[in-house]
Unconditional design. Structure first.
Length: 227
């Protein structure tokens, strides 16, 4: 199995002067779900190199078994520091594509035409596309058979309530929940910050950081069913 994980290159939280980026748990947990299953993992980001880490995801209360494992894994730290530019990585073939969240993707990956083309191509080929938390922002401009790719699909993603809870409703360029609903998705959610992942065909979405493992396992389940 060859899996592409795509991370954000965006590090500015709107015009607040604060930093953002990818959320550590949403990268680390899926990374090890895939790695422990024997997958070959390729890491990419729009600009390549070291993707920016949301500093809040590095605080003590945000740490998990997966984030601690990552910090102790020199090879993984090195791999993350040298992500491929997405335009180059997207030329290869993968068995699945996975998008961790963090607020960064709302600004860059959501608007990235190359990312949208990669998702559309992967989805149309019947291969799994996964995204967790703010990761589903990447479906903002993706289409399938003339409709928004998520139209009529069962999906989840970071909720309006969760965005309000972190105080960023008026900072983000759009709300993930509202965008998915506006695109005709059958959006559902659990209580704020509770684990929840949804699979519809070859599309997998997770609601929040706590959903990272479940979303990655769902992608893996799709891959194993294809074997």
């Amino acid at each position: 199995m060859k899996i592409l994980m795509v991370l954000t290159s965006h590090d500015q939280l709107g015009d607040t002067g604060r930093k953002t980026g990818f959320w550590l748990e949403e990268f680390a947990a899926p990374y090890y779900v895939f790695k422990d299953a024997g997958a070959q993992i390729v890491l990419a980001s729009p600009k390549g190199g070291q993707p920016p880490l949301d500093p809040k995801s590095d605080e003590p209360d945000a740490q998990t078994e997966a984030t601690r494992r990552f910090r102790a894994d020199a090879k993984a730290v090195e791999a993350l520091a040298h992500t491929q530019p997405l335009a180059e990585a997207a030329k290869a073939q993968y068995d699945a594509v996975f998008y961790p969240g963090g607020h960064g993707p709302l600004w860059d990956l959501a608007e990235d035409a190359g990312s949208a083309a990669l998702i559309e191509r992967t989805y149309a080929a019947g291969k799994p596309v996964g995204a967790v938390c703010h990761g589903p922002a990447v479906f903002r401009h993706t289409r399938f058979k003339g409709e928004p790719l998520v139209c009529g699909k069962r999906v989840t993603g970071f909720t309006n309530g969760e965005e309000a809870a972190v105080g960023l409703t008026d900072v983000v360029p759009f709300l993930v929940e509202d965008m998915l609903k506006a695109h005709g998705a059958e959006y559902s959610k659990k209580a704020d910050f509770h684990p929840y992942a949804v699979t519809d065909g070859n599309l997998v979405t997770g609601q929040n950081p706590a959903s990272s493992v479940d979303a990655a396992k769902a992608v893996l389940a799709l891959l194993r069913n294809e074997d």
